[in-house]
Design a protein around this ligand. Structure first.
Ligand SMILES: NC(=O)c1ccc[n+]([C@@H]2O[C@H](COP(=O)([O-])OP(=O)(O)OC[C@H]3O[C@@H](n4cnc5c(N)ncnc54)[C@H](OP(=O)(O)O)[C@@H]3O)[C@@H](O)[C@H]2O)c1
Length: 361
């Protein structure tokens, strides 16, 4: 039996009655598991033909995975979703559609840049609505916050977008607990989107989880599978295609890759005992927290089904403890991002009283 057959046997099958949870204090009931659309647009491995990409979206939709996450920065992702909505009349109203602005590139240097200025925000929303072929975004995030602009200014402009009806709910990504608290004084923030997985427990460690609990803010857990690493399906760098962008991520580096397998193997021992896969164990564990909505991405229907099977995995107190023990027993090797992308994580912004009023860019 090869590895993929063994994995198929272990994987619990998903069913269509996906457990829903309330999304933040004022949000709708949505399935506890979402779908990250970034990978479909070639974020890691080579982009697949449209028919195959539509088939994955069809399958997510038919399976009841309705929380879809995209961004203006994810290559052709918004265009793809817009075309998919055109092919599927009536589907738009069922999808909880989330997109983002603000994570961009400096046009001169090509280096990562953050833009939250008001004019840009309006422009990007107009473009996203057109690409997505819709007249309203369910959840609009600042993908990154500009540290030189007080969060109060960013959020009051986002609130205007919500008041205009073009956006229903507001979100922030990669912000500190303090930034979230300041933001919520200006307008209620429905969700924060943060990296969260056994590879990255900073949401708990840096006080964001308790801020979200206090404020009633949903936590959308991105890269919940550690970009695939934690599933155990990548055992060596040669399992990645030559041009796969994960090769530039520190945790996937030649130096760190093997060290990080230790956590994968520890999680695998727990998953084995429970008769599920690593990915299912992790997703079920994250979903158990009423605030947390993981959004794994996949380009494969088989993996999507496996991920949906996480709803069948029950996490007990003992499992929770074992998973936490496994996490704290290893030191993850390498940072979350390559250096050039690592400047705007858990961002704090300049205090309002120190702001001189000049907007960047
Ligand atoms: N806010 C932010 O700054 C930010 C940053 C990054 C990502 N995101 C969002 O979060 C979403 C998910 O993050 P991500 O894609 O970076 O990481 P992820 O969901 O942790 O991992 C995706 C990778 O895992 C693999 N995978 C998925 N299910 C699998 C399974 N059952 N078995 C084996 N491999 C599996 C996929 O490969 P296959 O395609 O082969 O299945 C893909 O390479 C993105 O799509 C995006 O929407 C947000």
């Amino acid at each position: 039996m090869d590895m993929s057959q063994a994995k198929e046997q272990k994987a619990m099958k998903g069913n269509k009655d996906l457990l829903t949870k309330k999304f933040g204090k004022h949000g709708p009931e949505v399935p506890g598991l979402g779908f990250g659309c970034m990978g479909l647009s070639g974020a890691f491995a080579k982009q697949k033909p449209d028919d195959e990409r539509y088939a994955v979206l069809d399958h997510a939709y038919q399976s009841g995975v309705y929380l879809w996450d995209t961004a203006d920065a994810y290559a052709d992702s918004e265009d793809l979703l817009g075309r998919w909505f055109q092919r599927n009349p009536g589907a738009r109203q069922n999808v909880f559609l989330c997109t983002k602005f603000g994570n961009t590139r400096d046009p001169k240097t090509g280096m990562p840049a953050v833009r939250n200025d008001v004019e840009y925000m309006h422009q990007q929303l107009t473009k996203s609505l057109a690409r997505l072929q819709t007249d309203q975004i369910d959840l609009y995030y600042a993908h990154r916050v500009d540290k030189a602009q007080p969060i109060e200014i960013t959020v009051s402009a986002m609130k205007e977008l919500r008041d205009s009806g073009k956006v229903k709910y507001l979100g922030l990504s990669e912000v500190s607990a303090d930034t979230l608290r300041r933001a919520c004084k200006v307008a209620y923030i429905d969700a924060v989107q943060m990296e969260m997985s056994p590879f990255c427990m900073e949401v708990e460690q840096r006080g964001l989880m308790s801020a979200c609990r206090q404020l009633g803010v949903a936590i959308v857990a991105y890269a919940p599978l550690g970009k695939g690493f934690l599933t155990g399906s990548i055992r060596s760098l040669s399992d990645l295609e030559e041009g796969d962008r994960r090769r530039i991520f520190p945790r996937f580096s030649e130096e760190n890759f093997h060290k990080n397998l230790e956590l994968v193997d520890k999680l695998n021992a727990i998953a084995d005992r429970k008769g599920c896969t690593n990915g299912q164990l992790i997703l079920a564990w994250l979903m158990k927290n009423p605030l947390v909505f993981p959004i794994p991405g996949t380009t494969q229907i088989r993996n999507l089904d496996e991920n949906i099977g996480a709803f069948q995995v029950e996490i007990t107190e003992q499992d929770d403890q074992e998973i936490r023990d496994a996490i704290s027993s290893v030191e993850v090797a390498g940072g979350r991002y390559p250096e050039m992308f690592g400047n705007d994580l858990f961002a704090d912004t300049v205090p309002l009283e120190e702001y001189d009023g000049s907007q960047k860019i």
